[in-house]
Design a protein around this ligand. Structure first.
Ligand code: AMP
Ligand code: SF4
Length: 486
């Protein structure tokens, strides 16, 4: 049985989760929370299921039954952690839940959230988050100076310590003060026996939405989770906002006045599910628009067929084909039973994973000038392999169209990025990348073209974050200041 159950009452054992060093390791992850429903655990399971694309390395839930908070968790996919018998036994009217994206070197079995803390008078606090802080190292050092001892290196534990140190009278004031001391890209869910709390970072880098199902309130990383549990979308949580949900309803407060919108561009490009909407923009539509813009920015004379790198290039490929007037075809098939190669912990395993992952529809590409569309190039492993596969199968020419700008700089806000020297676009021109991929040409969408496709202007205080493309980070980078990025 992979699942650990920790009862919160009666001085149960303290949180044993160990997250990886947040200064080095980022989490994409998915969050789901519900307050005021008899089947809180079961709905959280379905909600998490629709967020599985955000993390496949572990899943966990804290369920509130009366005054008792109970945690279950385990490594792997949600279906490997929970079964129907377990779910039927998980009684409670509120829950917060998490799917984990673990990166190389991180032992997923010890990194699974939510964390569960026990304070005096049997009070308990559950916390989970998505994202990464840029000042976690500085805060930890300071707290350790003051005498804190950490069990983990996870931002959720850091937040718990800061809350606990606060001398303010109410929990909400302590939480607001704590949130105003952390910087970066994050969405936090917290739960006590009295309330569920949902907070979003002051730049809105990481997504978080609010919905309602009957009398129950639901919060989730993406709207697809609301749809799955039959909840109606109310609105996105605002940058810098703390939402408090309890038996009396919902309250909204802001923990900072220094707020502005810098939505993560990569959520639109790659991370979020196509059926989700972020700040009212449908993810599939933004990707399709990016394909349309690419076709206008970078036409290729004589191309005969447009194919997608499955599955994340499909929306943009459809848009490209439509705008260029070239047929869209299924030229590459993806083996659905292999996990995302990007997640493999070493480059060797990643290469093997990529090889098993795709096959070509020969009749579609043989002898043709092919346009291959993908959402992004990170290390270049996928594209190099696909170009070889297409050429080995007889494609005459392969022209690459990438629906994001050149990915040159690391993300410090929770999106897994390799070190700059592993990024194929770091210090390389498009022409050099094309040569490296053995492609006949390569084109990347422009930053302004991408902003147009999404329909949100980007100037880093109101609009989109595109720091991994242009190095303009929308927050200061406290722990990373002085690191050479360019
Ligand atoms: P690579 O083979 O390293 O160039 O990876 C590129 C592929 O990884 C693209 O096809 C994307 O769909 C996907 N991708 C882009 N960003 C990420 C990310 N942060 N995590 C996982 N996969 C990603
Ligand atoms: Fe998203 Fe890139 Fe900004 Fe990170 S740096 S939040 S991946 S747009």
């Amino acid at each position: 049985m992979p699942t650990e159950i920790v009862a919160a009452e009666g001085g149960g054992s303290p949180c044993e989760a160990r997250c990886a060093n947040e200064a080095k390791i980022n989490h994409e992850c998915g969050l789901f929370g519900i307050w005021g429903h008899e089947e809180a655990a079961q709905l959280s399971y379905y909600g998490l299921h629709s967020l599985q694309h955000r993390g496949q390395d572990g899943a966990g839930m804290v369920v509130k039954n009366g005054d008792v908070l109970t945690r279950t968790k385990g490594p792997g996919l949600l279906t490997e952690v929970y079964n129907s018998k377990m779910l039927a036994e998980m009684k409670g009217t509120a829950a917060i839940a998490h799917v984990l994206y673990a990166t190389g070197g991180m032992k997923s079995s010890t990194a699974i959230q939510p964390l569960l803390f026990h304070f005096e008078q049997s009070s308990s606090l559950a916390i989970c988050h998505n994202g990464a802080l840029v000042n976690s190292k500085s805060l930890r050092n300071k707290l350790e100076e003051y005498g804190s001892i950490f069990q983990t290196t996870c931002s959720s534990e850091l937040l718990a310590h800061i809350i606990k140190r606060s001398r303010l009278v109410t929990f909400v004031d302590s939480l607001k003060r704590a949130l105003s001391q952390i910087y970066g890209g994050f969405a936090f869910l917290l739960m006590t026996k009295n309330a569920l709390y949902a907070a979003r970072d002051p730049r809105g880098l990481r997504p978080l939405v609010l919905g309602k199902r009957g009398d129950a309130y639901v919060v989730a990383s993406e709207t697809c989770a609301l749809d799955t549990v039959g909840a109606t979308y109310i609105r996105d949580v605002a940058p810098g906002e703390l939402i408090i949900i309890d038996d009396n309803g919902i309250k909204s407060e802001f923990y900072t006045s220094d707020k502005g919108m810098a939505l993560c561009g990569m959520e639109f490009i790659y991370i979020a599910r196509p059926d989700s909407n972020i700040e009212g923009v449908n993810v599939h539509t933004s990707r399709k628009n990016a394909g349309i813009v690419l076709a206008k920015e970078s036409p290729t004379a004589g191309a005969e067929v447009v194919i997608a790198s499955p599955d994340t290039g499909i929306s943009a490929a459809i848009g490209y084909a439509e705008a260029a007037g070239i047929p869209y075809e299924i030229g590459l098939i993806k083996n659905r039973y292999i996990g995302r190669t990007f997640i493999a912990p070493s480059q060797n395993l990643r290469k093997r994973g990529v090889k098993m992952k795709h096959s070509v529809v020969r009749s579609i590409v043989e002898g043709k000038s092919v346009i291959l569309v993908d959402d992004s190039i990170v290390r270049g492993t996928t594209m190099r392999h696909l170009v070889k596969l297409l050429k080995d199968t007889g494609a005459r020419e392969v022209h690459l169209k990438i629906a994001s700008p050149l990915y040159k700089y690391p993300c410090y806000y929770g999106i897994d990025t390799p070190s700059p020297k592993e990024l194929v676009a770091h210090k390389r021109s498009a022409r050099e990348i094309s040569k490296l991929m053995d492609a006949d040409s390569i084109s990347f969408i422009s930053e302004s073209g991408l902003a147009d496709a999404i329909g949100i202007t980007h100037n880093n205080t109101h609009g989109l974050c595109m720091a991994c493309f242009n190095g303009d980070y929308p927050t200061h980078l406290q722990d990373f200041a002085g690191i050479e990025l360019k």
